[in-house]
Design a protein around this ligand. Structure first.
Ligand SMILES: Nc1ncnc2c1ncn2[C@@H]1O[C@H](COP(=O)(O)OP(=O)(O)OP(=O)(O)O)[C@@H](O)[C@H]1O
Ligand SMILES: O=P(O)(O)OC[C@H]1O[C@H](OP(=O)(O)OP(=O)(O)O)[C@H](O)[C@@H]1O
Length: 316
C-alpha cells in the first residue's frame, strides 16, 4: 500500500474537520480544540491528523480554501473567517453554525488619505485592487448600476474596460497597491487599522464585518451527524465559557427585584436564602465584557460580597 492509500484508508468513515493551516486563526483554533478535548498529534509536514478520542480527522487547509471544501462536501465541518465564506460564494451549501468570537475584523474600502477619493462613489469607474474579488466585485457592480455606468441587466463584466469599476485580484500586500500606482482604491481587511494607516490609507466604507465561524457542509454524510453535533456542542461550551463569568453576591431581600433586573442570568438568576432572613445570595451568568459595569450597578443597588468567577468550560 502506498502512503496515499494508507492515508485515505485511515480517513474512511471519519468526520473530516478542516482547520486553517496557519495565519491569524490558527493558534485560536488549536486552543478551541484543546478546550473541547479533541486530542490529536499533528505530524511535521502532514496536513492531516487523526483524532484519538473521536471518529474525526483534522485537515489543515488554507483559510481561503476551506469554504469551497465544505460547500463541495469534501469536508464535513470547518473553522474559517466569515469573510472567506462570503468570498467563496457557496450560498446555502455552507451552513454557518456558530460564530466563534475571535478573528474579528472588517472588510473595508480604502483610499489614499491625502487623495481626491473621499467616498465609494468617487471610486466608481476607477480601479480597485483586492484579494476579495468576488465580494468587492458584487459591491462595486451594484454601485456601477446605481450610477448608471452599467445597465441593470448588463453582466458586470461588460462594464469593465472603461464603463464599470475595474476590480483586480492580488494575493497579498494589497495595502501597497495605491502607493505603487496599481490602484485608485483597495478593499482589504482591517482590525486595528495600523496596516491601513502605515500605508497612508483611510477607510471610506465597510463592506462586511467578519469573525471566525464554525461551518458545516449541507452535504455532510448522515452517519457523521452525531459526531458533528457533539463537536459543535463542545465548541459552543468553550466559546460560552470565554464569553461569560459567574457573578455571585449577597443582596437584601427587599432589593432583590432590582438586583435581578441587573443580573437576570441566562434563564433566571439562582436565588438562595441565607441564615439571615433579610438577605439572600444571588448567582447569575454575566457577559464578561460587561462585568465591571454590572458590579458598579450592583454595588450602587446595595449588593455586598460580590464575587466574580471565571468559567473554564460550560454547557448553556
Ligand atoms: N488583522 C486581522 N485581525 C483579525 N482577523 C484577521 C485579520 N486579518 C485576517 N483575519 C482573519 O483571519 C483569516 C485568515 O487571514 P490570514 O491573513 O491569517 O490568512 P492566511 O490564510 O494566513 O493567508 P495569508 O497569510 O496568505 O494572507 C481572514 O480570513 C480573517 O477572517
Ligand atoms: O488593521 P490591522 O490590525 O493592521 O490588520 C490588517 C492586516 O491584517 C491582515 O494581514 P496579515 O497581517 O494577517 O498579513 P497578510 O497581509 O500576509 O495576510 C490584513 O490583510 C491586513 O493587512
Amino acid at each position: 500500500m502506498t502512503g496515499k492509500d494508507m492515508l485515505s484508508e485511515s480517513l474512511k468513515g471519519r468526520c473530516l474537520f478542516a482547520i486553517p493551516k496557519k495565519g491569524r486563526l490558527y493558534e485560536k483554533c488549536l486552543e478551541l480544540l484543546a478546550g473541547a478535548d479533541i486530542q490529536f498529534t499533528r505530524s511535521h509536514r502532514l496536513d492531516v491528523a487523526l483524532v484519538r478520542n473521536h471518529n474525526v480527522a483534522l485537515i489543515f487547509l488554507p483559510a481561503a480554501d476551506i469554504p469551497r471544501f465544505v460547500g463541495e462536501g469534501n469536508v464535513d465541518l470547518a473553522i474559517t473567517g466569515q469573510d472567506m465564506v462570503a468570498e467563496a460564494d457557496m450560498g446555502s451549501l455552507v451552513d454557518e453554525v456558530l460564530p466563534l468570537g475571535f478573528g474579528k475584523c472588517k472588510l473595508q474600502v480604502q483610499a489614499p488619505e491625502d487623495g481626491p477619493i473621499k467616498t465609494v462613489e468617487d471610486l466608481v469607474g476607477r480601479k480597485v485592487v483586492t484579494s476579495f474579488e468576488i465580494v468587492a466585485g458584487k459591491y462595486f457592480a451594484k454601485l456601477d448600476v446605481q450610477h448608471g455606468r452599467v445597465g441593470k441587466d448588463e453582466p458586470p463584466s461588460q462594464g469593465r474596460g472603461g464603463k464599470g469599476t475595474e476590480i483586480e485580484y492580488i494575493g497579498g500586500s494589497v495595502e501597497a497597491a495605491c502607493a505603487l500606482g496599481l490602484a485608485d482604491g483597495i478593499v482589504d481587511l482591517v482590525e486595528s487599522g495600523d496596516t491601513m494607516r502605515a500605508a497612508g490609507l483611510r477607510a471610506i466604507a465597510t463592506i462586511l464585518q467578519s469573525e471566525a465561524v464554525l461551518i458545516k457542509s449541507t452535504r455532510a454524510a448522515p452517519e457523521n451527524q452525531s459526531v458533528i453535533d457533539l463537536i459543535t456542542q463542545r465548541i459552543a461550551g468553550v466559546i460560552a465559557a470565554n464569553r461569560y463569568v459567574l457573578c455571585n453576591y449577597n443582596m437584601p431581600r427587599a432589593k432583590l427585584a432590582h438586583a435581578t433586573s441587573i443580573t437576570p442570568g441566562r434563564r433566571a438568576a439562582t436565588i438562595t436564602p441565607l441564615d439571615d432572613p433579610e438577605w439572600c445570595a444571588v448567582s447569575a451568568m454575566v457577559v464578561k465584557s460587561t462585568i465591571a459595569e454590572t458590579m458598579d450597578r450592583l454595588q450602587a443597588a446595595g449588593a455586598s460580597d460580590i464575587l466574580v468567577i471565571g468559567l473554564t468550560n460550560c454547557r448553556v
